[in-house]
Design a protein around this ligand. Sequence first.
Ligand code: F6P
Length: 324
Amino acid sequence: MNTIAVLTSGGDAPGMNAAIRAVVRTAVHSGIKVVGIRRGFQGWVEGDFRPLEAKDVAGIISRGGTILKTARSEAFRTEEGMRAAFQQAQKHEIDGVVLIGGDGTFCGATEFAHRYSLPIIGIPGTIDKDIAGTDFTIGFDTAVNTAVEAIDKIRDTAEAHNRLFLVEIMGRDAGYMALHSGLACGAEDILIPEVQTDIDQVLRRIATDERRKKAVHILVVAEGDEVVGGVHGLQRKLANEFPTLDTRVAVLGHIQRGGSPSCADRVLASRLGYAAVRALIGGQAQVMVGIVNDELVYTPLQCATKKHTQIPADMLDLIRVLAV
Ligand code: F6P
């Protein structure tokens, strides 16, 4: 290993900069040169490379976003795009690539690895936490804490007005963020894609709370939940069923992706960045580094995707149990 490249891809996540820093510093420590690829796979295809030295990553551990920028690339999905990316890697004499991203990133890398021989190590960086082979993904802890802070604030105003709030939480088609933030905020109900939403049951719970004259009702709804019409459709349904209930919708959106990473995300990112470079030096390829039960683990990239993840049964049961 003389030169390695690092890129961030897909939706940014707080802690990506901490991972870039750890990759660069671990490589420099081992006498390896680092090239940063800007704008994810798109920048790889186009050859948007620049050298990264230890000083280039000074002061970024506390910053959200990604200094390398990120993108969702259509070009990398094509044969020509992948060929161009491989040629760019050859031109810049890249011996290995560290990818920081999520499910889409690892699917793209798997396709690439079927065609071209270049060692690739993945680092799980996504607020969605929908990746197998790791207990946590970089950005999840920060994003979920941002959501918790926001929902706690919403509860204050909901209580002041005796209102029902539908709070939409990001996560694409995974419900981890909604589940964790909903549980942490004592939400009256949590709707996630992993559990079939029984709308009659949702209405019955609200009706019971209404009879009990409950002052506040917070429904946390994952953006990927199959509820018809999303939070706005649900709000219309509630208006029909409970005409006297004052209902509001809050879509937290991209605020969940920004901000300074939490301590947990900075430490996770540092450990994974270090492990990724060590894995390349050790001759590993086409694996994602993760942490399970506080131990570093290596999972084949094609297995580190969302279809292999599962929410623990006790957490799903908690939604029902704590909502009594
Ligand atoms: O994957 C991260 C994520 O923030 C998802 O939770 C969300 O569905 C999606 O990205 C939003 O993507 P974009 O920023 O491209 O709209």
